[in-house]
Design a protein around this ligand. Structure first.
Ligand code: CUA
Length: 181
């Protein structure tokens, strides 16, 4: 017996509804991640010359690490380079808005801070900037997550999140991890 045209139409409509529901669930998950969990693609676009990083004001070696700006904003500046982070440990306060600024003089790297939503690519020629607020204290691992060469697996740093009362920068606003670089 041939299937009637009406039965085919009904079956197609049912499948269309199933597909529509799946699309709605996926869109909902994306919106939930973006709005409720603050997981977004980076939106900052800022250029820097990778050839003169070490000469330009912001990313000279003496300027790297965590510093509290005169406005009170906590900013950490980090260079990702084959195959290390400079500095390889940064101190940041919990429960406070912080800004992380990365750039690289060589190839594409990527960073994430374990257990947080901090995750960005670090591309030569650009400054990668992340605003966040850490809720847990402790030493968080910050590995490079983009294959950048033979030493990629050894490329990692520590983000030391301390309670707000233990975050005591020097008079010049700087704070570093003990005797580690
Ligand atoms: Cu840097 Cu992988």
């Amino acid at each position: 017996m041939a299937i009637s045209e009406e039965a085919i139409l009904k079956s197609e409509l049912r499948w269309a509804m199933v597909v529509g529901a799946i699309v709605a669930v996926i869109l909902g998950a994306i919106l939930y991640a973006a709005i409720a969990m603050h997981i977004n693609p980076p939106s900052n676009r800022e250029y820097v010359d990778p050839n003169t990083l070490h000469l330009s004001a912001e990313f000279t070696e003496a300027n790297l690490g965590t510093r509290v700006d005169p406005t009170g904003q906590v900013v950490a500046r980090i260079i990702a380079t084959q195959f290390e982070f400079v500095p390889n440990c940064i101190v940041l306060p919990a429960e406070r808005d912080v800004t992380l600024r990365f750039t690289t003089p060589d190839v594409i790297h990527g960073i994430l801070v374990t257990g947080t939503n901090v995750n960005t690519m670090v591309v030569p020629g650009y400054v990668a900037q992340v605003h966040t607020r850490f809720t847990k204290t402790g030493d968080l691992l910050m590995p490079c997550h983009e294959f950048c060469g033979l030493g990629h697996t050894q490329m990692l740093a520590t983000v030391r999140v301390v309670p707000p009362e233990q975050f005591r920068p020097a008079p010049d606003g700087r704070i570093a991890c003990g005797n580690r670089r």
